[in-house]
Design a protein around this ligand. Structure first.
Ligand SMILES: [Zn+2]
Length: 90
Protein backbone atom coordinates (compact mmCIF):
# COMPACT_ATOMS: atom_id res chain seq x y z
CA UNK A 1 0.00 0.00 0.00
CA UNK A 2 1.45 3.30 -1.06
CA UNK A 3 0.99 6.41 1.03
CA UNK A 4 0.93 8.65 -2.01
CA UNK A 5 -0.45 8.12 -5.49
CA UNK A 6 2.54 7.11 -7.61
CA UNK A 7 1.36 9.25 -10.49
CA UNK A 8 0.20 12.58 -9.06
CA UNK A 9 1.51 12.45 -5.47
CA UNK A 10 -1.86 12.89 -3.79
CA UNK A 11 -2.19 11.42 -0.31
CA UNK A 12 -4.10 8.16 -0.78
CA UNK A 13 -6.02 8.83 2.40
CA UNK A 14 -7.61 11.83 0.75
CA UNK A 15 -8.88 9.73 -2.12
CA UNK A 16 -12.59 9.19 -1.59
CA UNK A 17 -12.38 5.82 -3.35
CA UNK A 18 -9.26 4.67 -1.51
CA UNK A 19 -7.36 4.16 -4.74
CA UNK A 20 -7.75 3.57 -8.45
CA UNK A 21 -9.49 0.59 -10.01
CA UNK A 22 -8.07 -2.31 -11.99
CA UNK A 23 -9.60 -3.71 -15.15
CA UNK A 24 -11.23 -6.52 -13.13
CA UNK A 25 -12.82 -4.05 -10.74
CA UNK A 26 -10.42 -4.66 -7.87
CA UNK A 27 -8.77 -1.74 -6.14
CA UNK A 28 -5.44 -0.37 -7.22
CA UNK A 29 -3.53 1.00 -4.26
CA UNK A 30 -0.59 2.35 -6.24
CA UNK A 31 -2.53 5.08 -8.03
CA UNK A 32 -5.44 7.25 -6.97
CA UNK A 33 -8.92 7.16 -8.48
CA UNK A 34 -8.24 10.40 -10.37
CA UNK A 35 -5.21 8.93 -12.15
CA UNK A 36 -6.15 5.31 -12.65
CA UNK A 37 -9.55 3.85 -13.53
CA UNK A 38 -10.57 0.48 -14.97
CA UNK A 39 -6.96 -0.59 -15.43
CA UNK A 40 -5.91 2.51 -17.38
CA UNK A 41 -4.45 5.88 -16.61
CA UNK A 42 -7.08 8.58 -17.05
CA UNK A 43 -4.46 10.90 -18.54
CA UNK A 44 -2.04 9.34 -21.02
CA UNK A 45 0.68 10.84 -23.19
CA UNK A 46 1.68 13.17 -20.43
CA UNK A 47 5.12 14.21 -19.28
CA UNK A 48 6.08 14.58 -15.67
CA UNK A 49 6.34 18.34 -16.19
CA UNK A 50 2.78 18.41 -17.54
CA UNK A 51 1.64 16.45 -14.50
CA UNK A 52 3.36 18.92 -12.19
CA UNK A 53 1.57 21.77 -13.92
CA UNK A 54 -1.78 19.96 -13.63
CA UNK A 55 -1.36 19.15 -9.95
CA UNK A 56 -0.18 22.68 -9.15
CA UNK A 57 -3.25 24.07 -10.93
CA UNK A 58 -5.56 21.74 -9.01
CA UNK A 59 -3.99 22.65 -5.67
CA UNK A 60 -4.28 26.36 -6.43
CA UNK A 61 -7.90 25.93 -7.49
CA UNK A 62 -8.75 24.48 -4.08
CA UNK A 63 -7.04 27.39 -2.34
CA UNK A 64 -3.40 26.40 -1.76
CA UNK A 65 -0.90 29.22 -2.29
CA UNK A 66 1.54 28.82 -5.18
CA UNK A 67 4.57 28.09 -3.04
CA UNK A 68 2.75 25.26 -1.26
CA UNK A 69 1.63 23.83 -4.59
CA UNK A 70 5.23 23.93 -5.83
CA UNK A 71 6.43 22.26 -2.65
CA UNK A 72 3.97 19.39 -3.15
CA UNK A 73 4.96 18.78 -6.74
CA UNK A 74 8.73 19.22 -6.49
CA UNK A 75 9.41 15.49 -6.03
CA UNK A 76 6.78 14.22 -8.45
CA UNK A 77 9.44 12.85 -10.82
CA UNK A 78 10.55 10.40 -8.11
CA UNK A 79 7.20 8.57 -8.07
CA UNK A 80 6.96 5.07 -9.58
CA UNK A 81 5.14 6.15 -12.73
CA UNK A 82 7.91 8.57 -13.66
CA UNK A 83 10.96 6.64 -12.48
CA UNK A 84 11.68 4.88 -15.75
CA UNK A 85 10.12 7.21 -18.30
CA UNK A 86 9.62 10.90 -17.81
CA UNK A 87 7.11 10.58 -20.64
CA UNK A 88 4.26 8.23 -19.74
CA UNK A 89 2.62 6.92 -22.88
CA UNK A 90 0.35 4.52 -21.03
ZN1 LIG B 1 -3.10 10.26 -8.66
Amino acid sequence: MYKYCQSCGMTMKRDEHGGGSNADGSRNTMYCSHCYRDGRFTVRNITVEDMKTRVRGQLKSVGFPGFVASFFTRNLHKLERWKIHTMAVE
